[in-house]
Design a protein around this ligand. Structure first.
Ligand code: JDN
Length: 250
């Protein structure tokens, strides 16, 4: 899959080219291509931003260098690309969106700096995405996040063992607690069940831990998770146990 990033800071790509993504690039499962809108300016000062019409603080990304960058990328590639603008006004990025993006042969991520984009850039992209309800200095880190979340879903980027982990996340629960050596670390022991060799009992404990953790930390996820009747019974019993412990004296 081809990932293109339109950015005033193309050197940011080096931050992505580590670990398994670097391996995927070396094996040609992934291509990362930067396009600098500074190289598509038309004035003596190579301007990419200007003051907002109507007044106000800060600067706005000019549409010309960004749209010319998109046109240059289109001219350099055989087929089309799905184009995404990174903005705090975009749809919040999720795992489901990564699963949709990975079906595209090419993805173009348009990053801004300053206070935002001239509105006339928007008709030149397919969608707008946001990482969440916070504001960055620019879209670059958001773009790298989306590249990493999407690329790891490509066949051959993760090992087969790790693909199974993907399935367990898609059950919609948080992961169960994990332990490795040593058996005792600063007086804290590994739960005995994990050393028991009873694989069915370990699987049941892990499922219950995932349910407890999700209920405690992310009750919003539990609403949408695919739960078995056994899961639901466990959660009813957990709620009942908590009521028994927490009920104030009356
Ligand atoms: O948080 B962001 O995605 C973000 C995007 C832009 C920005 C500031 C923050 N300026 C231009 C795009």
């Amino acid at each position: 899959m081809r990932f293109e990033i339109v950015t005033l800071f193309p050197e940011i790509l080096a931050a992505a080219e580590v670990g398994l993504l670097k391996k995927a690039i070396e094996r040609d499962h992934v291509q990362l291509i930067a396009k600098n809108p500074r190289d598509h300016t038309t004035d003596r000062h190579r301007s990419v931003d200007d003051a907002p019409y109507g007044g106000g603080s800060g600067m706005v990304m000019m549409p010309g260098p960004l749209v010319s960058s998109l046109e240059a990328l289109d001219a350099d590639r055989a087929g089309p690309s799905h184009k995404v603008l990174l903005t705090p006004q975009g749809t919040p990025f999720t795992q489901a969106i990564a699963e949709r993006l990975v079906t595209q042969p090419a993805l173009t991520l348009v990053c801004g700096r300053y206070e935002g984009f001239d509105e006339r850039v928007r008709p030149h992209v397919d969608e707008e995405l946001s990482l969440g309800d916070f504001v960055l200095l620019g879209g670059e880190i958001a773009a790298l996040t989306i590249i990493e979340a999407t690329a790891r879903l490509l066949p051959g980027v993760l090992g087969n063992a790790d693909s199974a982990i993907e399935e367990s996340h898609s059950s919609g629960l948080l992961e169960y607690p994990q332990y490795t050596r040593p058996k005792v670390f600063r007086d804290e022991e590994v739960p005995a069940i994990l050393l028991s060799g009873h694989h069915a009992a370990i699987a049941k404990w892990r499922r219950e831990q995932a349910l407890v953790r999700t209920k405690t930390r992310r009750p919003d996820l539990l609403e949408r998770a695919s739960l078995t009747n056994e899961d639901k019974r466990f959660l009813r019993e957990l709620a009942e146990a908590n009521r028994t412990h927490e009920e104030p004296e009356s």
